[in-house]
Design a protein around this ligand. Structure first.
Ligand SMILES: [Zn+2]
Length: 256
């Protein structure tokens, strides 16, 4: 049976980890692997900072800490806008950590320089960001050696052996558990430490499939874009635009 990725499933996974004695740690913590077993809970924010904040609030209510890796040049959000600054500051005030999610494909000519530039940008805008660790966007497309690239920036990355071999690695990339569900795994049974990569979008957007979720997210984002346009320069009736966009957000079933 395919595991559903939704909020109920997320809360249930966290509850299972807590009941089993797992401790939620940060990448920069001094960690003794498996004693006690710990979870490095990582969020790569590819599409939406608003969804990241939603999950950050939920996690704060559940009493756990995680790390949100954000892009400074994402195609679908602007990490440096005033709205984003407010979101990031609330994520941090929830007790979470902010770090860089680096898309090396933007720097085909000089990837190392791109990394240094993005780290500096993150530091300037978010002085409390943890720039000692970076998470790569689409690492499978990188043809070089990850360690060579990141040593140039003088930092560690989430795919180092100590984070993916000493820890058992689980990822929801593509909208499903690639390596199986963490809490029904042999690693969980053996109380081995884990790194779990969770993309907020898959868990907080309605839809039966990843495609449906992406499609719904795009419609929801249109409303957010209208709000930002209204906040900044454009003068129009936000209510009517919102009504028009909302009418396109049909429920999944017309009878419910
Ligand atoms: Zn990514």
């Amino acid at each position: 049976m395919v595991d559903r990725l939704d909020l109920d499933a997320y809360v249930s996974m966290i509850s299972d980890l807590n009941s089993a004695g797992y401790v939620f740690s940060k990448f920069s913590d001094e960690i003794t692997v498996n004693d006690p077993p710990c979870v490095l809970l990582r969020h790569d924010v590819d599409f939406s900072l608003s969804k990241a904040l939603e999950l950050a609030r939920i996690e704060a209510n559940l009493g756990l800490q995680s790390t949100y890796f954000i892009q400074v040049g994402a195609p679908s959000y602007n990490a440096l806008s005033i709205r984003s600054a407010n979101i990031v500051s609330e994520i941090i005030s929830c007790g979470h950590t902010i770090s860089l999610h680096f898309d090396f494909l933007r720097y085909s000519a000089n990837i190392s320089r791109g990394l240094v530039l993005e780290l500096e940008t993150l530091r300037i805008h978010y002085s409390c960001a943890d720039t000692s660790v970076v998470s790569l966007h689409r690492p499978g497309l990188y043809s070089g050696t990850l360690s060579d690239l990141l040593l140039t920036g003088g930092m560690s990355h989430t795919y180092e052996d100590r984070f993916v071999r000493d820890f058992t690695y689980f990822s929801d990339s593509g909208g499903c558990w690639r390596e199986g569900n963490p809490v029904t795994s042999l690693a969980f049974e053996a109380r081995r430490s884990m790194q779990i990569l969770v993309h907020p979008l898959w868990w907080l957007t309605q839809g039966e499939s990843p495609t449906e979720k992406i499609s719904r997210h795009i419609q929801e984002s249109a409303i957010e874009t209208a709000e930002q346009m209204e906040e900044t320069t454009v003068s129009f009736s936000l209510e009517s635009v919102r009504d028009q966009l909302s009418s396109n957000l049909k429920p999944r079933c017309q009878w419910c």
